[in-house]
Design a protein around this ligand. Structure first.
Ligand code: 1HN
Length: 363
């Protein structure tokens, strides 16, 4: 048996320097990095995200998406005419934050985005317009302003626009998270979409879309993602309006004064609608300002209606309908409503809550 060679202790400074150099060369040669050179980067006192707070204005996004509609065909291969926001702190990556993808997708008259499926969870949120159907596992789901449409992981989905008008919407996916964890799978479906019918209500909504009523059926299992494919604006709007009314009558019901919020949930479990993505709609009454708050995990907001000012780590920016806002981990956020202000928000909170890494601090 060969014995491990232990180098003799260096006797003077020059020898110590040479010995240290040799030690670090040894680390490098064998693929090792000592903690003492890396500790601060590995374990900051509070989160130090590379992603930065950033705002993309709808007035810049939409014309470019429309131009892409003129110049770039949609079809097999590229799959979607989706243009992702790229956080300036994550240069070259099509990521809003380290975990969240957000894109504007544009589909022209009579165009079809072909069916496929992937393990990434996805949703669409419609800022304006209507006339596209997203066909989710064979169920055609109409898309209209204010609606949230779900495409849970591994369900086939394609979109078609049978109308003479183009339509654009916001896509949200957990692509960066799935990429970082090497858990992505993808499969092509048939060319086009399986069902070109255009029902007002999908089968999913007809079965699952009745408040507080769970179907008693032969398949009564809870599902990790929501079986409800569409959350309609008329319901979201009514829920937000009612919260503010109840609060105005002197009863509890809102998140904070003048600030109503609802979360889109999975009716089988009451948890978030998608396992990796939290989706919410917020309404802030004109003149109200939300309490500054920091949270771990990141989020993306889109102004749905109205205008106001968003403060991100103390920097104030005016926002109007359609603007998309990236909020990195531990960034302090406060929103002031100029007019009554409706905002859609999505985040990675379900992941960090499950992992016991969720933290929130009010300033
Ligand atoms: C996707 O399937 C959609 O279905 C949108 O609309 C964006 C980005 C990357 C990969 C798949 C969609 C996507 C996507």
């Amino acid at each position: 048996m060969t014995q491990t060679q232990i180098p003799p202790k260096p006797s003077d400074e020059a020898e110590a320097g040479a010995a240290e150099k040799e030690l670090y060369e040894g680390f490098s040669r064998f693929g090792l990095i000592p903690l003492w050179t890396e500790r601060e980067g590995l374990m900051p006192m509070t989160p130090e995200p590379q992603a930065v707070p950033h705002i993309w204005h709808w007035g810049d996004l939409y014309p470019l998406a429309a131009r892409a509609g003129d110049l770039v065909p949609v079809g097999r291969g590229g799959e979607r005419r989706a243009i992702a926001v790229s956080n300036p702190g994550l240069p070259g990556l099509p990521y809003a934050t380290p975990t969240l993808w957000a894109a504007i997708q544009y589909l022209g008259p009579n165009e079809v985005a072909p069916a496929h499926r992937h393990s990434q969870n996805a949703f669409r949120f419609v800022l304006e317009g209507e006339g596209v159907w997203t066909v989710v596992d064979g169920d055609p789901v109409a898309m209209r302003r204010g609606d949230l449409l779900l495409t849970p992981g591994w369900q086939f989905h394609g979109h078609h626009n049978p109308h003479p008008r183009p339509m654009a919407w916001l896509d949200g996916l957990d692509i960066p998270f799935v990429s970082a964890t090497d858990t992505g799978f993808f499969e092509f479906g048939e060319d086009g979409v399986s069902d070109r019918s255009t029902p007002h209500r999908s089968r999913s909504e007809r079965v699952w879309g009745h408040p507080g009523l769970r179907p008693v059926s032969a398949t009564e299992q809870d599902t990790p993602n929501s079986p409800l494919a569409a959350y309609r604006w008329e319901h979201t709007d009514a829920a937000l309006a009612a919260q503010l009314e109840v609060a105005a009558e002197g009863h509890p019901g809102v998140l904070e004064p003048g600030h109503a919020a609802v979360r889109f949930t999975n009716p089988t479990t009451g948890s978030d609608a998608l396992t990796t993505l939290r989706t919410e709609m917020h309404r802030i009454a004109a003149g109200q300002r939300t309490a500054p708050v920091r949270e771990t995990g990141s989020s993306v907001w889109q102004v749905f209606d109205g205008s106001g000012v968003i403060s991100l780590n103390g920097t104030r920016t005016d926002v109007v309908r359609g603007d998309v806002i990236a909020v990195p981990s531990w960034c302090e956020v406060s929103i002031e409503a100029g007019t009554d202000l409706d905002l859609f928000r999505f985040s990675d909170a379900p992941v960090f809550e499950r992992l016991n890494l969720a933290r929130r601090e009010y300033s």
